[in-house]
Ligand binder design. Structure first.
Ligand code: AMP
Length: 446
């Protein structure tokens, strides 16, 4: 363990853009009975079949939540009717914690004692700033007298809106009746009602944007996410294209003075248009990408590999996922590593000329599984010593299928089985934890 920590302690990371507050509810049978009691079960079943992609009415939420429970598939669906906020606010949540990939990764990496973590997020209210851990290595870029000044993130807040996502967690085996239909949770999982306040835009404030080349010089790598919450059109007439163009320029500004590695964390994106733009503008501009199996299937679908995409969705076979990762690598010359995480394994696919050895690539993934197991077991990683808990978690029962480490036809392929926690405290943020751990560790070898 010390070897891992020793390796990352000199690293400097930049992360942007998305932070929010996660209000978490651990669902019980009674909660579900209460939710459905005023509806005709057939109306809910009909809605489940319609598979609404946004939440405009309460029943859209109930239907997608039940679908998620029944299939065991985690999902994130945006709330597009802001007037439902009051109803969602009345629900009693069990806890509030940091949400959004950039926020989660900033707290995790500051806790793991990286030399420096710089976080940028376009809205930082006091409530949001209070969600950050209080360490000296966690900094926010401020501009004073036309100079870039890095300050403690907790002191950098201003009067801005707060984005709150509501997360409904369920445990495998949770059981209830929808009319005569018995619903049983197939896996541990969660359903996220994502809030997308119109006033929060995924962009840098102009005054800070001009310092991006300087921020790039201060770090070794950048972990970027949040593009999935860009809307197609805003009330002031700005469009998704406007924000994606700008975001691509931001990526170029970051490497203007120093060639740092940039990672895109893909996320579940319900709108096909937005998914395509993430691929066209962002995936085409980074060195590293992290995805789960649904996300890689979605990318392959957009690239025109429908059959492979369907197979991955249905069977999650490692051979298909490796094939898919190779296709993505071949389609984007800028990429040097494609990382995919599934319940049973974590995978790196790189080109054969990648400077890291197979053993070094494996070490990155080992580190990532320990982080994920720790977070799943304890709910959060609060100090470095917590990682011993993750280290004690054994690899999952299918482990023999997933230790892979080989070169083949111009590729380097490495996978490591996950250390699977049977009764996780929480599953939120596990993917971000895996991806950021693997990425920062990867960059530490360069
Ligand atoms: P994502 O779908 O991006 O949030 O990533 C979830 C990832 O977290 C999975 O692919 C697994 O590798 C990991 N994971 C999920 N559940 C557990 C668990 N109970 N114990 C350990 N790792 C888990």
């Amino acid at each position: 363990m010390l070897k891992y920590i020793e390796r990352i302690k000199n690293m400097n990371l930049f992360t942007a853009y998305n932070t929010n507050i996660d209000a978490i509810k651990y669902l019980t049978k009674e909660d579900l009975e209460e939710l459905i009691k005023n509806y005709n079960p057939n109306d809910i079943i009909k809605k489940i079949e319609e598979y609404p992609r946004e939440i405009k009415e309460k029943i859209d939420f109930i239907a997608r939540l039940i679908y998620s429970i029944e299939t065991g598939k985690p999902a994130e669906v945006p709330l597009t009717n802001e007037s439902l906020n009051n109803w969602f606010n009345k629900i009693k949540y069990n806890e509030e914690r940091m949400g959004g990939q950039a926020g989660i990764v900033a707290n995790l990496m500051a806790t793991l004692k990286l030399n420096k973590v710089i976080i940028y997020t376009p809205a930082l209210s006091k409530k949001q700033a209070d969600m950050f851990v209080d360490y000296e290595n966690l900094l926010y870029p401020n501009v004073e007298d036309n100079k870039l000044i890095l300050k403690n993130v907790k002191e950098s807040y201003w009067d801005s809106p707060t984005k709150i996502n509501r997360i409904f967690e369920f445990k495998k085996g949770l059981e209830f009746y929808l009319g005569d239909r018995k619903i049983v949770a197939k896996e541990n999982g969660r359903f996220i009602v994502a809030s997308r306040p119109e006033s929060i835009r995924i962009e840098f404030k102009e005054e800070i944007r001009k310092f991006l080349p300087q921020i790039g010089e201060l770090v070794d790598c950048a972990f970027l996410s949040g593009y999935h919450s860009i809307k197609e059109r805003y009330s002031d007439g700005k469009t998704a294209k406007y924000y994606f163009k700008k975001a691509k320029e931001d990526l170029n500004l970051l490497i203007k003075n120093k060639k740092i590695k940039r990672h895109l964390e893909f996320a579940s994106i319900s709108k096909l248009n937005i998914r395509k733009m993430v691929i066209d503008y962002i995936l085409s501009s980074v060195e590293s990408v992290g995805m789960d199996e649904t996300e890689i299937a979605n990318v392959l679908h957009v690239l025109g590999y429908e059959k492979l995409s369907d197979n991955i969705i249905k069977k999650s076979k490692i051979e298909d996922i490796i094939e898919g990762a190779k296709i993505i690598l071949d389609n984007f010359d800028n990429l040097e590593v494609v990382q995919v995480h599934t319940i049973y394994f974590i995978l790196f696919v790189c080109r054969e000329d990648n400077p890291l050895s197979l053993e070094q690539l494996k070490e990155c993934l080992e580190f990532a599984t320990i982080l994920a197991a720790t977070k799943a077991k304890l709910g959060n990683i609060n100090k470095i010593e917590d990682l011993y808990e993750g280290l004690k978690v054994p690899y999952n029962k299918h482990k023999d299928l997933f230790f892979k480490k080989y070169c083949e036809n111009n590729y380097k392929i490495v996978s490591v089985p996950s250390r699977y926690v049977e009764n996780p405290k929480s599953t939120v943020g596990l993917g971000d934890t895996i991806s950021s751990g693997a990425f920062v560790y990867y960059c530490s070898f360069q």
